[in-house]
Design a protein around this ligand. Structure first.
Ligand code: ACO
Length: 429
């Protein structure tokens, strides 16, 4: 009879243990029963970068990397990208169900009416250097928000938590646009509550004098890009959000940590790196030499926008974005870097090096080209990733706080350093 358990023999002692298997996992703590001697600490697992460790149970996002499946709360990303709006998807991610008409209206109203930021926040942003990277500005000002809402530290109070969720969801667009305008030396543009979430963000970014007409095609493209980036289960930045949040830090501080994690070029900084890479390659003729460099560099030079820790077949978000690029380019004109990207993709997908390692274009490979065509400077790309990911981070943070299994995050280590030794004074060293 098949049993949901694992039987292991510890060859150091000859003892056999049986561990229950639940949801395809064993509890790592069960292994601690296995001791080589009575004073032994007990067996641990060694898992750098948590590649095979489930750190939580979650009901938010499902990914099957081999099949290229991404679902939010059970709904396939393709259906949400086609039919939903970003705010509706964010509601779904945060609440578990799609909203009724009334719930959607109230949700949209609450977020729209929290878009203003305190004037002191604006003054704080003015203090950044004229050429400050907008992602650095965003992380710092989100952290600063915790000083404006000290009550946010009441993370065990559900009503208080809900208020911070409205605030963060709303103010992130305002801070992002202010950061951009600061780096351009432009006066900050205030939110317009009559516009949609994405429409308002576009006007705060690009409004010059007079009225800003939001292009429905670009507004919809941004909705779709935001939907695609809203959550991606336990990635680096979400783990940072959960890790910092597990100490019961307020959500602004935890979100600032998540933004810092997203800033790295191996995570949310990748779409910026794709554009820089395309510019550096410079022309289609130089692509074969670049591919050769990637292959012989021993991992030092990477084809940015390729590869994924989880997707080993295709990234469903990349497929949606590639299709959408054509619609956007009809309005904005074709991005000249697109031909280079298409050629890079064609060569890489037929090259043994990439095939063997299951390296495919990820979400970042084409998103940067669209953002650039829409008028966003490269520095803003990670910021454009952070805005929608706030909904995912908050949903994961909220779920963690209600999860009775969770405690402050605190991994173990394998210590390989020096044994005990006595201090030697400076003169004798
Ligand atoms: N270009 C060239 N080689 C690569 C690439 C790449 N983009 N990605 C992985 N490899 C190679 C590695 O050198 C390694 O080769 P080896 O087995 O000969 O040593 C092998 O493929 C496995 O790579 P890992 O680094 O072990 O894969 P991992 O799952 O840890 O990394 C990651 C995933 C970080 C995304 C990686 O593929 C990468 O650096 N890609 C480029 C950056 C990027 O596009 N990041 C965006 C990710 S999506 C997102 O965050 C939204």
């Amino acid at each position: 009879m098949a049993k949901d358990s694992l039987t292991v023999t510890d060859n150091r002692t000859g003892k056999t243990y049986e561990f229950p298997i639940e949801n395809g996992t064993i509890r790592a703590l069960d292994l601690r029963q296995m001791k080589a001697a009575p004073d032994d600490f007990g067996l641990m697992t060694y898992n750098p970068a948590f590649t095979n460790t489930a750190s939580c149970k979650s009901r938010i996002t499902f990914i099957d990397g081999d099949k290229g499946i991404l679902n939010y709360r059970g709904y396939p990303i393709e259906q949400l990208a086609e039919h939903s709006t970003y705010l509706e998807t964010a509601y779904l991610i945060l609440h578990g169900e799609l909203p009724s008409k009334a719930e959607y209206g109230e949700w949209t109203h609450n977020i729209t009416h929290h878009t203003m930021v305190h004037e002191n926040i604006k003054e704080l942003m003015v203090g950044f250097r004229y050429d400050a990277h907008p992602m650095g500005m965003l992380g710092s000002t989100v952290a600063a928000l915790s000083t404006f809402y000290p009550e946010a530290k009441n993370v065990r109070d559900a009503d208080c938590r809900r208020d911070q969720i409205f605030r963060l969801m709303a103010k992130i667009t305002t801070l992002a646009a202010f950061a951009y305008r600061h780096s351009q030396g432009l006066p900050y543009a205030y939110p317009d509550n009559d516009l949609s979430y994405c429409g308002n963000f576009l006007q705060m970014m690009f409004k010059r004098g007079g009225r800003y007409e939001v292009s429905p095609v670009l507004e919809r493209a941004l909705e779709v890009l935001f939907i695609l980036h809203a959550d991606h289960e336990q990635n680096c930045s979400t783990s940072a959000m959960r890790g910092v949040g597990s100490s019961e830090a307020d959500p602004y501080s935890a979100t600032a940590a998540a933004i810092a994690a997203l800033y790295g070029p191996l995570h949310g900084g990748a779409n910026e790196m794709v554009l820089r890479m395309l510019r550096e390659i410079g022309s289609i003729e130089r692509i074969p030499a670049f591919i050769e460099e990637v292959k012989t560099s021993g991992g030092d030079v990477r084809l940015m926008g390729f590869g994924h820790r989880v997707y080993k077949n295709f990234d469903p978000r990349a497929t949606i974005i590639k299709k959408m690029a054509e619609q956007v380019f009809q309005v904005t004109g074709r991005n000249p870097l697109l031909d280079m990207a298409l050629e890079l993709e064609r060569i890489a997908l037929s090259d043994e090096y990439f095939i063997k390692r299951k390296l495919y274009p990820n979400v970042d490979f084409y998103s940067g080209l669209i953002y650039q065509a829409m008028g966003f400077p490269v520095d803003m790309f990670p910021v454009l990733f952070a805005i929608p990911r706030v909904s995912g981070w908050l949903a994961q943070w909220d779920e963690m706080l209600d999860d009775k299994d969770q405690k402050i995050a605190r991994p173990r280590q394998v210590y390989l350093g020096a044994g005990r030794r006595d201090y030697v004074s400076l003169e004798r060293r």
